[in-house]
Design a protein around this ligand. Sequence first.
Ligand SMILES: C[S@@+](CC[C@H](N)C(=O)[O-])C[C@H]1O[C@@H](n2cnc3c(N)ncnc32)[C@H](O)[C@@H]1O
Length: 357
Amino acid sequence: MEPVNNGDLSAFHMEKGHLVLGSGWHPSLFRAEVDSLTGVIKILTPRIVLTNSSSGLDDSATVDQILAQPGIGSVSTLSNSFSEWLSDNPLNKNDSIAVRWSRHGERKPGVKGIELAKEMGGILTDAGYKIELENPEQVIELLIDGEELYWGYPLLKEPPRKGWKERVATQRPFFKPVSLDPRHARLMLNLAGTKGPLLDPMCGTGGVLIESASSGIESTGVDLDPEMVAGTLQNLEWSDTKARVICGDATRLSELDITGIRMVCFDPPYGRNAWRSDSTPELFSSVLDSLHSVCNYEAVMCCMLPSTPDGALVMGMEWQDIEKLFSSAGWKIDGDWFIPVHASLGRRLVRAERLQS
Ligand SMILES: C[S@@+](CC[C@H](N)C(=O)[O-])C[C@H]1O[C@@H](n2cnc3c(N)ncnc32)[C@H](O)[C@@H]1O
């Protein structure tokens, strides 16, 4: 991460809590991802959470900003709470400073960001700081939700989604419409935890493998279609990452010399994309069974399942039947999120843990 504020920020990483702001794309996935990466102490608003640390958030798919030395107040108490916070969290008075503001939730009539920033600027001036709006050496960022206010020292110049534009599926040498977006691949990895070895049993064009291998996770991909296997290898070479890729059947993984897997991330085929296979639920059920045999106890799986546009039916089944499908293969679902895709398709991102037997 490249810090916005100059000076030594290492103490901020270690000592006090952090305010973490989500991108707004999917607030509940944001909270789940941050919780999985670093642990959420408190949910302050749908898009702002308090964490102990900022470590682990560098590869987040949903974080927009991290504020160190958090300050919390409201429109009516700003003057007192900001003055108190400033005396507890002094910055370098030789460096110029500015307050930046942004709104991330409810808009309350009469609550004006510019006015609040000016009020904070007045308190800074009275305390002996040099205000410089164009090119400040230090920044305090103010987040507004309704009448609630959150502020701190921003740690990120930009959201931590480095290289996504370059790695987007359509930029890869081997592209198919089924190719996973880096955001979805990264989310699955982050929700599953970062401990490899990882397996994508239906790796397609390698969307998951590119992200996992680029994070240094020992990764294996399997696909039944030789064209996909060749394409994945081509994409891995293009992204300068390495993974083991096997042409094989995800319903017979134990025959492929794969053992000790601790993370599984994948999206099974759906509709016309199923390739020389059973229809999706039967195939998926066999894959769950087969995964159980190559995974360690407490391995975590994240998968993206096709659903109706409202998320009600998953692979054509009611949700309780999906839960039964997982549990009868030895997996316990511990999280699921609906992701709208387009007018005729949705997705359920499911996280499950491998049970002992
Ligand atoms: C939705 S695609 C996966 C897309 C992939 N995540 C990507 O980023 O390109 C599903 C893949 O499952 C593969 N597949 C279908 N049946 C399979 C089986 N029995 N064993 C292994 N792979 C299979 C298909 O060839 C297809 O590439």
